[in-house]
Unconditional design. Structure first.
Lengths: 229, 229
DNA sequence: CAACGGCCCCTAACACCGTTAGGGGCTATC
DNA sequence: GATAGCCCCTAACGGTGTTAGGGGCCGTTG
């Protein structure tokens, strides 16, 4: 009957046939396997057992598929527990956001510069704003703080998730690549780059956890200064 | 014949043969004209008056060309004056970094996630570290602060430089797109998204200058807390 | 002088890519 | 039974990055 049509209004009805959800899931699988550069419409089609042209019945563009993908990437986000100080909750938000992006291959590249707020993204944003306002931030500050956090996390993970050097893509571990990069800095001409030489180890420290945490703490400190006592 | 060829607008450096520099300059021109998506090896080749396959004599990959490009993008960076507090210099660094990226079309997308330190990038980093250490930051903190700033700026500009919506790409100005986005937020179901509805204007404020400045000040505040009095 | 070897560009081709046009079979409704 | 809409198909267009192999030019060398 007519009421079974999975049409526009309830776009996320779980269909058993070929739905936008199924396409998104297939794209997610290919992203994990081949990376963003290896994600093509033809492969997505093959993954769902269909020819490439058929995808355009369900999706306007590859861009639209990527929009769906970017929302799906945050689909299984778990919100931090609503306890403790606003600061702890803020920090935890940043950590989980980073963890979410790191969990999927090339996730940062997919999300980067894609302002396509799907339902999952909206839900997270809504919750985040709610906590910031409850903490005492003004409306404008809450909005900006949320934007600030996501800009930092995306910028950070984007660099973190990209190969440190051409050598890394070819088998070398992160630690080895970092050591190689450190060597590069250390052997620079010391008269023109004294600081790079001196800080070679600090600059190429492969411990991304503490590096991320450093920035996160600075952000939280900076925001805390906006609140009254 | 070959060296004085009236070859249209092809060669820009009179007398010089085809160098990596010339390739980079040509790529930069095409980037400005057609954006990153429209930057192809064939177009770069045509721009310098050559066929595509010839580029591979000078450059290993398109990736390597993009590495060169990302360094060239910061080639004309002017360092902030060495006066005033470390804080002012830090802020000015952030502003100029952003301005530099904004000045060239798709610059943020080119640089994003590309850790290819060319000579220009190294020079800026060297200077930045020097000032941070002079301000009293420890070696490790200086290195992390520098990383933090660039992660924020890149993340911010990446979002700023990408079209706010599909509508914006088609002619609409930033302000109009922002108004449309605000309308989208404002008409969301208020019972599930009360904060998004309430903060619709704050979330879609098109004034990127103050939004960027907000984050920058928070960063500076957070870093200031690391220093002794 | 002639031969060599490097530099630098060429043509041709491969294996892809996103996207569109147009066609056809299936199914549910009138 | 006819009709309309959904959903997939084949075929093709105009691109993409990249490689193989060939061939002039030119300075050096025997």
């Amino acid at each position: 009957m007519a009421e079974t049509t999975p049409d526009a209004a309830a776009s996320d009805t779980p269909g058993q046939a070929l739905t936008r959800q199924a396409l998104t899931a297939a794209a997610l699988r290919i992203l994990e396997r081949d990376g963003l550069a290896g994600l093509s419409m033809r492969k997505v089609a093959a993954e769902v057992g269909v020819k490439a042209a058929s995808l355009y019945w369900h999706v306007r563009n590859k861009e639209e598929l990527l929009d769906l993908l970017s929302d799906a990437l945050v689909a299984d986000a778990e919100l931090p527990p609503r306890e403790g100080s606003w600061r702890d909750q803020f920090l935890e938000y940043g950590r989980r956001h980073r963890a979410l992006l790191l969990a999927r291959r090339d996730a940062a590249k997919v999300v980067a510069g894609r302002l396509a707020p799907g339902p999952h993204i909206l839900a997270v944003l809504e919750d985040q704003l709610d906590r910031l306002r409850a903490a005492g931030f003004s409306d404008a500050d809450a909005a900006m703080a949320s934007y600030l956090l996501s800009a930092y996390v995306q910028g950070f993970v984007l660099q973190e998730q990209s190969p440190l050097s051409a050598a890394e893509a070819a088998g070398a571990t992160r630690g080895e690549a970092a050591r190689a990069a450190g060597e590069t800095f250390r052997t620079l001409p010391a008269e023109t780059y004294p600081n790079l030489v001196a800080l070679a180890d600090d600059l190429t420290d492969p411990d991304m956890e503490t590096r991320f945490e450093f920035g996160l703490q600075r952000l939280a400190d900076g925001l805390a200064a906006l609140l009254p006592a």
